[in-house]
Every structure is written in C-alpha cells, then in structure tokens.
Design a protein around this ligand. Sequence first.
Ligand code: MG
Length: 281
Amino acid sequence: MDDYRWILFTDLDGTLLDKETYEPGPSLGALGRCRDADLPVIFCSSKTGAEIRLYHERYASHPGSPFIAENGGGVFFPLDHWDEPPGGERKERFWKVTLGARHEEVLRVLVEAAGSVGMNVRTFSGMTPEELSRRTGLSLEEARLAGQRDFDEPFWIDGNEDRETFVAFEGTIEEGGMRLTRGGRCFHVHGASDKGKAAQYVRQRYEEAVGDVWAAAVGDAANDLPMFRIVDRAYLVKRDDDGHDPDIPRDGNIRFMPGVGPFGFSQAVDDLLLYSRDGST
Ligand SMILES: [Mg+2]
C-alpha cells in the first residue's frame, strides 16, 4: 500500500453479515481482497466475544486482527499476535481489555437498582441457555454464546412497572456510574463506552505497533455512528428495506453505499482499496 497503511473497522449484523441469514455472501470475496492488499479488517459488533470469535475463526482477513465486542464494551486481541495491551488480562487465547465498566460491576449496579425500587428484572447472565433461547428465538448454541457476557448486561423487566418506578430505576443506574439503553429486544446496562471509543483504542494499538495508520469504517445503523466519527473514511450500507438508516446524518465524512448489507460492504472495500492505492478521492 505504498505510503499508506489502512485499517478497516466493520459492523457484523446487517453489514458484513446478512441480517436474516447471518451469511457473508459477497463479503467473503471482499475479505479476500483485503487479505491480498494487507488491509486488516476489525470486527466491531454488539455480539459477545464468544459469538464474534466464531466469525473471526471463519472469516477474519488476518488471524491477528483484534475484535470489538458488546458495542464497544471491550476488545479482544489474539495473544499470539499482540503484546499485552494497556489494561489487558488473559482470557483463553486473547488479551481481553475492558473499556467501559467491569461486567461484575455492571451486574451489581443493575441488581441493586432493581432491588431498591422493587422491580423484577431477568438478566441474560441469570438465565439458562434453554430459557434464553425460548425468550430470544436464538438456537440453544447461539443462546449459550450470547449469554457469555464480558461487559454489558441485557435484561427484561418482568411484570408491570409504572413510569415513576422506571425513572427511579434509571436514576439509580446512573448514580452507580452506568448507562441504561433500550435495544431492539430488551434493555441493556453498560459502562460509558461505545464503538467509537473502542475503535480509537484499537487504532492507537496499531499506531504503536506500525506507526501512523489511516482508518475506515463500515456500518448500517446509528450505533455505528461513534465509530464513523473517529475514522478518516466511513461507509454506510443500506438496510433490508433498501434504504439507509434515517438516523445517520448526510454529512461530508460518510459515504452512502447503494448496496444492502454485504453487497454494500463489498462496494465499500472496493472504494477503499482504490482510494488507498491512489491516495486521492
Ligand atoms: Mg448492524
């Protein structure tokens, strides 16, 4: 890549992977082109480390590339390719770095806040894979991997809670230094981190290892926006309804790809490879 060295962050669900089938389709060829061009692709997803690890084993463009889990809650670096990163602890074949809050702490604040307002919560961590599978529609194996939380805790509220109780609950979570967000399926409690902070942390590790790098990112939704903000070139792919997420602003830094999911990912890779070769737009 001549004078340029690039790294590419990508979301998984609805971007690198088809939203319904979880298949990479055209992304596979694009990942091969990244491998040939020595462009590391860094997976950055709301999935758990245990879930992303399977996709990393199957599809990573470079076996040494780290991956970002649970919406930026933390990062996993393959042990045999990286020195111990700041804040790293060993977990199986990886250095695990917690960027938001430690999972035990997240869980403690959640359980105490629920107890203090008398709310009944059911956490992912507190469920058997069978129960989690029934609640989410995930297969038993997927539920087992999705339940292995490292940073963030998803949960449901059982029973009726009035608005006042919920506001008190949210306040107690925030007093405990955590954040409460509503996901597609359930609520989440997590520390103060996002995909952008995590991508920035990873970029710094690459810069320590190889000198200055340029960074690009591909995503499909609003939770990818913090990641778009810290890179030099960002790409938004279309969603299944053939439109772009309306919550993403049409400003200069973000390129809107005409393809849906993996088709858009492949287009983004082609654009980036051309751009990084030419060094111009
Ligand atoms: Mg997505």
